[in-house]
Write a protein that binds this ligand. Structure first.
Ligand SMILES: NC(=O)NCCC(=O)O
Length: 411
């Protein structure tokens, strides 16, 4: 079968490892195998409609497509519109998401591994910059292998202060392209006993550091032994007011926690980024649902990024499930995508290749959905504030009304 570039990639003769039956994404598998009418109907249900239409693709400059061809990364671009308003101008923001695999084996010298990731990312960030991206977000702990499966402490050497080399590397791009950049790193807090955090640094479009947010919920599932390395974050639910809009970051496992999403919404977020690192066997069926649900429930956009590839570590580890020791986490399935508050979403980036997803979004859509569905207005927060206040007390008793005939035998 024919081979096309990127969003148009058709099934390849030999199925690439970790593809979906030879395709980069479910969207492309369906597109290639359904007749156009069926595909349109399936897409209407799977990815929704934005302002009554299928989400539109947008053309990117030749410089960006040339970089994607030269460096072999997936490049896709879409646009969400909002209804025209009489009193507000449209507020269109261009968002870029980067997913990538590591660049060198995990056995290489740590300094070389980090440098190689920087080099690998340069053309992808350049493509984002030359595409006019306003806010760029990288995946969770993008500057290192996701070594938290191993429980070995030597990987802590990758940790950096908020103003460390990874931030400095990105600050130059922020300045060059007038871009806000969200950079999720393994942070070492020099001023507080050199402790380690999982942190997103928000770099402003002038190359300044606007602030940071530390991961609120730390996984204890499968091989995700992150609690061996860092504690639950202490930065609350900050929303960063940038020149391009109000943004927040819900780091990876936080996406399973509806109250985490809610708190960013209550603080006024218009786009919540979800930089992640998660593997197919554990979470792939959840991936297309949770972020999309959060976007709908909280009337904001959600931008979800997952890393790519299989990372093999020098020493095998066990998962506490009685299965044999192994040296990799499983496959990080990429599939980054954007969800809108009106229940539409973009198709995903590749399941196995590096990629850049560029998405235009008119932030006016957030308030339009609040006005239409009234989720904030009907939320009854005081009801839940009361339940939660009682629940967190040791003497809490669940509100259960037991059927007095529960134990009576059926006659
Ligand atoms: N990085 C991370 O928190 N992964 C946990 C697994 C998941 O949430 O799917």
């Amino acid at each position: 079968m024919e081979k096309r570039q990127n969003g148009e990639a058709k099934k390849k003769e030999e199925e690439p490892k970790d593809s979906i039956c030879g395709y980069d994404s479910l969207h492309l598998l369906l597109k290639d195998n359904l007749n156009p009418q069926h595909f349109q109907e399936v897409s209407r249900l799977l990815t929704g409609l934005n302002c009554g239409k299928a989400i539109e693709t947008i053309a990117l400059p030749e410089s960006a497509t040339a970089l994607s061809v030269k460096h072999g990364f997936d490049l896709q671009a879409f646009s969400f519109s909002a209804d025209k308003e009489l009193l507000r101008e449209p507020r269109v923001v261009r968002v870029g998401l980067i997913q990538n695999s590591i660049a060198l084996p995990t056995t290489a010298h740590f300094a070389d591994q980090k440098k190689a990731i920087f080099e690998k990312l340069k053309p992808i960030i350049e493509a984002a910059g030359s595409s006019g991206v306003n806010i760029l977000c990288l995946q969770e702990a993008w500057m290192m292998p996701f070594a938290f499966c191993t429980r070995e402490k030597r990987w802590c050497e990758f940790a950096e202060p908020v103003d460390g080399e990874s931030t400095r590397f990105l600050q130059s791009f922020a300045l060059k392209y007038n871009m806000v950049i969200i950079s999720s790193i393994l942070e070492r807090d020099i001023n507080h006993g050199e402790v380690i955090w999982n942190t997103s640094v928000v770099i402003g479009n002038h190359g300044n550091i606007i602030g940071k947010h530390r991961k609120n919920h730390i996984p204890r599932v499968g091989d995700f032994n992150e609690s061996t390395y860092y504690m639950e974050g202490n930065t609350g639910h900050p929303v960063f007011e940038t020149v391009y809009g109000k943004i927040a970051i819900n780091i990876c496992y936080g996406r399973h926690h509806p109250l985490n999403w809610l708190a960013f919404g209550l603080n006024g977020a218009e786009i919540v980024f979800n930089p992640s690192a998660t593997v197919g066997e554990l979470s792939e069926p959840m991936w297309p649902i949770e972020a999309r649900n959060a976007a709908i429930a909280n009337s904001y956009f959600v931008a979800s990024i997952n890393r790519v590839g299989t990372e093999t570590f020098p020493n095998a580890f066990t998962s506490g499930d009685g299965k044999p020791a192994h040296a990799d986490f499983g496959h990080f399935y990429g599939s980054s995508y954007v969800s809108a508050p009106d229940a539409s979403c973009t198709p995903s980036l590749s399941r196995y290749r590096d990629g850049l997803l560029v998405t235009d979004m008119d932030l006016n859509l957030c308030r339009q959905l609040k006005d239409k569905w009234g989720f904030r207005m009907t939320s009854r927060y005081e009801l839940y504030a009361d339940t939660l206040a009682r629940y967190v007390k040791p003497e809490f008793e669940p509100q259960v009304i037991t059927d007095p005939l529960l134990h009576r035998k059926a006659s």
